[in-house]
Design a protein around this ligand. Structure first.
Ligand SMILES: Cc1ncc(C[n+]2csc(CCOP(=O)(O)OP(=O)(O)O)c2C)c(N)n1
Ligand SMILES: [Mg+2]
Length: 623
């Protein structure tokens, strides 16, 4: 057997460079590079290995470990989970900074390979700098924190363990049902240790991503359910986009007339003006989708994990005998809501369904209803895009301007605050990859880092990052990385001086917006009332300091001009615009379950509690 003498870190780099995936006959490399921040724990191990062989795996230094995992997750999402990035860190804080990123990737079912440095496997110098000692468990380190947020977790405590650990990691990363964050904790002494690895480990390896189908019996039962339904409604989730099922979905919907609502990850499954596209469904849904959802007798979920935002906390689907039918590559999701479970690839399964539904379609009256609702919704979007709100514009107008002035293949990126809900309702998606809102974990700080990952995955597309002032303050530093990597982003910094979304939520719950405005502390209160002295923040100047080309827009007209000027800039642009904090987009016959205090001294809370109990009484079990 031929062997190669390498350090564990060198062996890992060689292995990663040799991994490929194949789907539908197309084969390409799985890893496009490695983000990292070096320190003790990886500088002499993986750092040495990456530095020695930049031809194998490109190293991309980042500014914050959490951010680099977001960038990696966004990259994988943009590549429909067929490619990924690795992330290397030092021990201790560098490592645990990735925990939030790992959770975010796992919630969103996106492959990222995390390589945190770890304390010495030998334990000879213990406790090393940044080691958190666990008095009752010698082999525990902070990297054990990654276990519940990873889909596979391992610690490579001997160099030869790399072979099984790396193969197990690849199985999970490329498994469409199981994928998410995969963590290989790498003790720093082992990274630098040499071993005679079998040469076979480094040979080109192709992981085949199939298109599994449910069994014929399940497909027959599903077709019978649909044929027997009078008011079916289909909910398209991220799985439709990842499996590239948008074409077959469009055909199926068009032929049968089944209207389609979209989740956050599934938005873009149909172009916004497709006759069956009812847009967003659920808590942040459109009136069109929510009306049809409410009366549906059969709800077909395709590639969705049924989050509470999609189901309106189990109030969106209201028909007395409503049944569910779930197409999902993961049986975990397919089984939800006591649905008829179709475990399979979304594209292959929808194709099989289409064939079984030959000759069947909904009566013209259902299509007419959908067309009328779609038309009414288009008018509502137009209204919100052009409110003429003064003196400050409304956020919906800023969003509308970005939509109208971006190209059909450009991508909008967002994650937390009031923007995701507004985007879900109002963004007119023209391309299956044009809408990128992280709303599985809704991580403040994902926005700019995520935009970086999107641009890296497809540099030919324009990338518009829409970020609130709160999220910007949490994580803006990857602007620097975008300059370093020459990845131009257009960042729209929507400044409403604080956490407006939570302020509005708080006011709706009777708690007056407490703690959600950026105010100088005044008599111990942090209420969201007018008055109070805002903190002297200048985020535009902050962005300038990070090297971005900054444009300050004082009103909507200037904002539109700024977007046009941003096109000509040769590096990342930040367009700063103030919007009216209190001019939100309404909800459309939807509800989201946020528990209200059962007892309180505050009359407004008592009143909201009574309304909460009434609304909560409408919740369904879907058993
Ligand atoms: C890391 C993280 N911390 C806290 C939250 C809870 N949260 C959701 S939105 C929000 C405020 C966001 O503020 P900003 O970005 O200014 O957007 P706005 O609400 O003003 O639209 C907070 C605190 C979160 N989603 N993520
Ligand atoms: Mg804000």
């Amino acid at each position: 057997m031929s062997t190669v003498r390498l350090t564990m870190a060198q062996a890992l780099v060689r292995f990663l460079a040799a991994q490929h995936v194949e789907r539908d006959g197309l084969t390409h490399r799985f890893f496009d590079g490695c983000f990292g921040i070096l320190g003790h724990g990886n500088v002499a191990g993986l750092g040495q290995a990456l530095g020695e062989r930049p031809d194998l795996l490109a190293f991309r230094p980042a500014r914050n470990e959490q951010a680099m995992v977001h960038a990696a997750a966004a990259y994988a999402r943009m590549r429909n989970r067929l490619a990924a990035m690795a992330c290397t860190t030092s021990v201790g804080p560098g490592a645990t900074n990735m925990v939030t990123g790992a959770a975010c990737a796992t919630v969103n079912r996106l492959p990222v390979l995390l390589l945190p440095g770890d304390v010495f496997a030998s334990r000879r110098p213990d406790p090393v700098l940044q080691q958190l000692e666990v008095p009752w468990r010698g082999e525990c380190s902070v990297n054990d924190c990654f276990q519940p947020v990873s889909r596979y977790w391992d610690r490579v405590s001997r160099p030869e363990q790399l072979a099984p650990a790396a193969l197990a990691a690849m199985r999970v990363l490329t498994n469409q049902a199981e994928t998410g964050a995969v963590t290989l904790a790498l003790p720093q002494d082992v990274q630098a240790e040499a071993f005679d690895y079998p040469a076979e480990l480094f040979e080109r390896r192709v992981w085949r991503i199939g298109r599994p189908l449910p069994d014929a019996g399940a497909l027959d039962r599903a077709a019978a359910l649909i044929r027997a339904s009078e008011r079916p409604f289909l909910v398209a989730g991220g799985g439709v986009i990842y499996s590239e099922a948008t074409g077959v979905l469009a055909r199926l919907a068009e032929r049968t007339g089944i209207p389609v609502g979209e989740t956050q990850a599934g938005k873009g499954s149909l172009p916004y003006d497709h006759p069956c596209c009812m847009g967003a469904v659920g808590a942040t849904g459109t009136l069109a989708a929510n009306r049809l959802a409410a009366e549906a007798d059969l709800v077909i979920g395709a590639g969705t994990r049924w989050s509470d935002f999609t189901t309106g906390s189990k109030t969106a689907f209201r028909a007395p005998g409503v049944r569910f039918l779930n197409v999902n590559v993961a049986d975990f999701d397919a089984a939800k809501h006591a649905g008829l479970s179709l475990v399979g690839d979304a594209r292959a399964t929808l194709e099989a369904m289409d064939a079984r539904l030959a000759g069947w379609s909904l009566p013209a009256s259902r299509r007419e209803l959908a067309a009328r609702l779609q038309g009414e919704w288009a008018a509502e979007v137009d209204r919100l895009y052009h409110l003429g709100h003064v003196p400050l514009p409304a956020q919906s107008e800023v969003l509308g301007a970005v939509n109208e002035l971006s190209g059909p293949r450009d991508v909008v990126v967002c994650a937390a605050g009031s923007l995701p809900g507004d985007l879900h309702k109002l963004w007119r998606t023209r391309d299956a990859k044009g809408y990128h809102v992280e709303y599985g974990y809704s991580t403040m700080g994902y926005e700019i880092a995520g935009g970086l990952g999107v641009k890296l995955a497809d540099p030919r597309r324009g990338v518009f990052v829409m970020v609130g002032d709160g999220s910007y303050l949490m994580m803006a530093q990857e602007i620097v990385t975008s300059l370093q990597e020459d990845l131009k982003l257009t960042v729209v910094l929507v400044d409403n001086q604080g956490y407006a979304s939570i302020g509005a939520l708080s006011r709706s719950l009777g708690t007056g917006g407490f703690g959600t405005r950026l105010l100088r502390r005044e008599d111990g209160r942090f209420d969201d009332r007018d008055g109070g002295e805002p903190l002297p923040l200048d985020l535009a100047t902050n962005a300038e300091g990070l090297g971005a080309h900054v444009i300050r827009a004082g009103n909507l007209e200037e904002f539109r001009d700024a977007l046009l000027a941003a096109r000509k800039a040769d590096r990342t642009v930040v367009v700063h615009v103030r919007v009216d904090r209190y001019q939100g987009v309404p909800d459309y016959e939807s509800w989201w379950d946020v528990p209200v205090a059962e007892v309180s001294e505050t009359p407004s809370v008592q009143e909201v509690r009574r309304a909460y109990e009434r609304a909560a009484g409408e919740r369904r079990w879907y058993l």
